[in-house]
Design a protein around this ligand. Sequence first.
Ligand SMILES: *Cc1c(COP(=O)(O)O)cnc(C)c1O
Length: 508
Amino acid sequence: MSFATATENQLGEGTSKLRANCSGIVALSARLESWMTEALSNTPTEIVQSIEQFGSPLNVIATAPLVRNLRQLESVAAERDLPFKVFFARKSNKCLAFVDAAHQAGGGVDVASEQECRQALDRGVPGPDIICTAAIKTKALVELCVANQVTIAIDNRDELQRVREIAAASKATAEIAIRISGFVHDGEKLHSRFGFDVDEVQDLASSTLRSIDRKEVRVIGLHFHLDGYCSKQRVSAIRQCLPLVDHFRSVGLDVRFVDIGGGLPMSYLESEQQWNRFWREHRDALQSKRTELTYRNHGLGFLPVDGEVHGKRNTYPYWQNPVRAQWLQHVLDDSACAEQKADLEPNVPTIADALRDRSLQLRCEPGRSLLDGCGMTLARVEFVKQHHSGDHFVGVAMNRTQCRTGSDDYLVDPVVIRGQENDDQTQIEGYLVGAYCTESELISLRKLRFPNGIAAGDVIAIPNTAGYFMHFLESRSHQFPLAKNVLAENNSPLTWRLDEIDSEHAEK
Ligand SMILES: *Cc1c(COP(=O)(O)O)cnc(C)c1O
């Protein structure tokens, strides 16, 4: 047996041991990175001590998976000889270690606020390697971008005017990309509140953009960011951008890149079967055909009406296929024209061909999928009590905004580390409840099973939370301090150190 196999087997055993203490009533087993398994396999005392030191909850992050994920995307482009650059969408996690890692790996950064932009510049990311896609661009933000040659994705005419004025006043050149939306896909217009409608962009180029003083503003790219994760929609959008690139160039605008935004999919779960089974059984539960899987039979977007289930899933698709690199491959290998199929007709140019033939650079701005495998959230169990319904409530020292996005729930089984001193072995079932004083304050809506019990002093670990779940909605209600963020550079023994977002930019 080779050394590598032995290590993998040990990790596999470690993983199933870790999973043994907790699962959903219908299991949704997390994909665990080896660094997570390694960190969680330390003695419970060490883990508990780290939480004592930094507070509960504790966000633990690692940057190596980000670099791996980025390289996977790059190799897809390289195989097609396509100039390519990944911009890490910073709003998905505030830790500065990710900015450094993306920059050191040759990537850029997509920023959504003045603070995000300033911090990226302070870390040494050159302005041209930053794109600002902030939904609201204040004067201060635009001034910062113009002064540092940060590319600005322009959303509307007022914004364009503001950029022109600031560039003129500061005698600098603003580099901009035009954000486009309203692409037609499958005969329907894709809705967005962002950007210029695809039908007005040609006019914008021929009139306003053409007449702008090139010393003030230089148009260097086209940009879009679509909702959802559908690769075919990206194909439609790129196809509709290609004639626009040609038009921009014909009126003298030097478009060098097409930026397809983020929304590259990822999977949190090991098994498609578990994912499908969860939803099948959840629908049954909503129709009272089985006991509930969620708190008070919460629908997660579905609603039982007269014996039928209506609505649609209001959570991230935690299991998906294809993801990341393979998904990008599907986009790039599709036909560049809607009428021809690249896989059936060998001489039809693909999207990759069409971009390369125009000497365009392809850019993308993944947030979540770049952070796949980059973090987990640890929290200490403070109490366990039994409700009159028979279910147990497990009180943890965290609140729900510390593991939430806009959707209903995080559908991934937590891992439970049993505190050393407790040897309670009785199976219980119930819910994780948090620190905000409302009836709806659950860390997860899913009913969980603890085959070996759970007790105060144990630790729950929520895997793979780096993308959005840690910071996107975190709040300081009740005056709780924000969670600390530590880098898991050394996991055995555990020597974690604070990310500099906490040491440099901590609220005073
Ligand atoms: C949020 C956002 C992204 C990142 O999206 P992910 O789904 O995290 O990949 C990229 N670009 C823009 C403009 C965004 O608003």
